[in-house]
Write a protein that binds this ligand. Structure first.
Ligand code: ADP
Ligand code: MG
Length: 499
């Protein structure tokens, strides 16, 4: 072999070795990055862990906070707001009534006709539209209320001559899913905005008055008869169909619960509430907090960067507005610490870009190759994500939703405990042993887009309820889905005021 050939061969060997070295080094780097991803996932999963022991601590904390919130104004993060709703619709109501419902994402308008018997409930027209985002953050509330009045006017114009309420003043329920300090069933001031709304001028103003003013300005002969929290609407519909309904919970853009309380247990208003034995209490449970809640660094960042930091801690772990964003934050961290989503892309830096609807679609993707996950990621601008990475995404969705469903169950069990329907007699002292052991049928009305549309959320909630309550007690607790319950129930509540 000539010198040239030897040199050539040596160079080839060196080149091959360096190529191999580069490949090995790349593989090592890839493995290290993958290990990072696995580590991030593992740490997140551990941070979200909700063994039944921890859930029971949350149950106890919820019941204790409920007591504290009822004992004194400001006694707890749970506001336990009075609603002045003493009586719920019982099925004898008659006539035509309207509801206008401002939710966190949608507003709805509907009309119900009641024939005086339960079976004659006719929901005649339901309109549902997304709330234009500029209205959520406008500088003046007038813009929002003018828009609502305009929408209501259009709804009524569409009725033509069909409606039986022609020529009669229309009675309207204003279903309002934000915290309100009521002074009566038909008046109350906004305490604060939640769920990304930010019209600061409106805090402290009477909500029903704002709407009535806008309706009057348009010359509409409509009377705002009641200002109703959405949970109270859901409770009203539940009770209308089944008087064992004593709790209602909403899992939509936000989350909240209300329940029927004995007035003598509402210590902070003793003497004031003498008319009847019970009142519906709006818990505003989104603001519940306990050190037992499993909180991760992603939750802390989400809260800090939200429009309402240090507020609504429970809601930020369980409600539709936030679940997608928790998932996004975990994916963002993974994409920053590895290239599993391809070259670093700023897609996942955009707050709320990943909606909870997309989370449920990915989580429930049952195609063998997770094509739905691939499609959703591609729509966001991230293409060619390998299957094993798509599986990681599904796992993140699972961890977030499992924690949400299980904490939701703990919240419900907390209410059951407070009212002595958890099989243990609650934490109210002075009950006799026989009372404690006697289990009554209890219906929990549930509504909201997250609950209605996200099967895995529902299943995790159901599973945890059984774990917390035990099979036997669980049999007495009926969870009933109420489609559009908030709006329909609010109209029924107005009907009951006029019957
Ligand atoms: P609002 O909160 O305005 O009263 P909904 O009760 O309908 O309205 O809740 C809407 C929210 O429910 C959405 O913002 C979303 O977070 C959640 N949601 C709706 N559909 C789905 C779905 N298919 N999967 C998961 N979450 C959903
Ligand atoms: Mg709602």
């Amino acid at each position: 072999m000539g010198k040239v050939a030897v040199a050539f061969a040596a160079a080839a060997v060196v080149a091959a070795c360096s190529v191999a070295a580069v490949m090995v080094s790349r593989r090592v780097k890839r493995r290290r990055k993958w290990r990072n991803v696995v580590e991030i996932l593992k740490e997140f999963e551990e941070g979200c862990d909700t063994p039944v022991g921890r859930l029971r601590q949350v149950v106890d904390a919820m019941a204790v906070e409920m007591h504290a919130g009822l004992a004194s104004e400001g006694g707890s993060k749970l506001k336990m707001l009075l609603t002045y709703v003493h009586d719920l619709p019982n099925g004898t109501e008659k006539g035509t009534y309207y509801a206008l419902h401002l939710g966190g994402t949608y507003f709805r308008i509907l009309r119900v006709h009641l024939g005086g018997e339960r079976s004659y409930l006719d929901v005649q027209d339901v309109e549902r539209h997304p709330i234009p985002s500029h209205l959520m953050n406008s500088t003046s509330e007038v813009v929002l209320f003018n828009f609502l009045a305009f929408s209501l006017e259009r709804f009524i114009q569409k009725e033509g001559n069909e409606s039986s309420s022609q020529g009669v003043k229309r009675e309207l329920a204003f279903t309002f899913s934000f915290p309100v300090k009521h002074t009566s069933i038909s008046s109350g001031v906004l305490i604060k905005w939640t769920k990304g709304f930010e019209i600061s001028e409106m805090v402290g103003k009477d909500i029903a008055e704002c709407l009535q003013g806008a309706l009057n300005r348009r010359g509409l002969d409509i009377h705002v008869s009641a200002l109703v929290n959405d949970t109270v609407g859901a409770l009203s519909l539940g009770y209308y169909h089944d008087p064992d309904t004593v709790v209602a919970v909403v899992f939509g853009t936000g989350s909240n619960a209300c329940y029927l309380e004995r007035t003598d247990a509402i210590i902070k208003c003793q003497g004031l509430l003498t008319t009847s034995g019970t009142m519906v209490v709006n818990m505003e449970w989104g603001n519940f907090w306990s050190s037992h809640l499993p909180r991760t660094a992603y939750d802390i960042d989400l809260d800090a960067e939200s429009s309402n930091p240090n507020d609504m801690g429970f809601e930020k772990m369980i409600a539709g507005l936030y679940l997608g964003d928790i998932v996004r934050r975990v994916i963002l961290r993974m994409s920053q610490e590895s290239d599993i989503f391809g070259p670093y892309s700023s897609v996942f830096s955009e707050p709320y870009v990943l909606r909870t609807n997309a989370v449920s679609a990915m989580h429930e993707d049952d195609t063998p190759e997770l094509q739905e996950v691939a499609r959703i990621l591609k729509d966001l601008g991230v293409s060619d994500v390998p299957l094993k990475v798509r599986k990681v995404v599904v796992k993140i969705c699972d961890v977030v939703t499992r924690r949400a469903g299980r904490l939701a169950a703990a919240g419900i069990a907390g209410i059951l405990k407070k009212i002595g329907r958890d099989g243990g007699g609650g934490i109210t002292s002075g009950r006799s042993r026989s009372e404690v052991q006697m289990q009554r049928r209890t219906v929990v009305a549930v509504e909201g887009g997250l609950y209605m549309n996200y099967t895995m959320f529902r299943e995790y909630m159901e599973e945890a309820l059984v774990e917390i309550l035990g099979e036997e007690v669980r049999q007495y607790v009926v969870v009933k889905a109420m489609e559009d319950g908030s709006s329909i129930g609010s109209a029924l509540l107005v009907a009951s005021l006029h019957s």
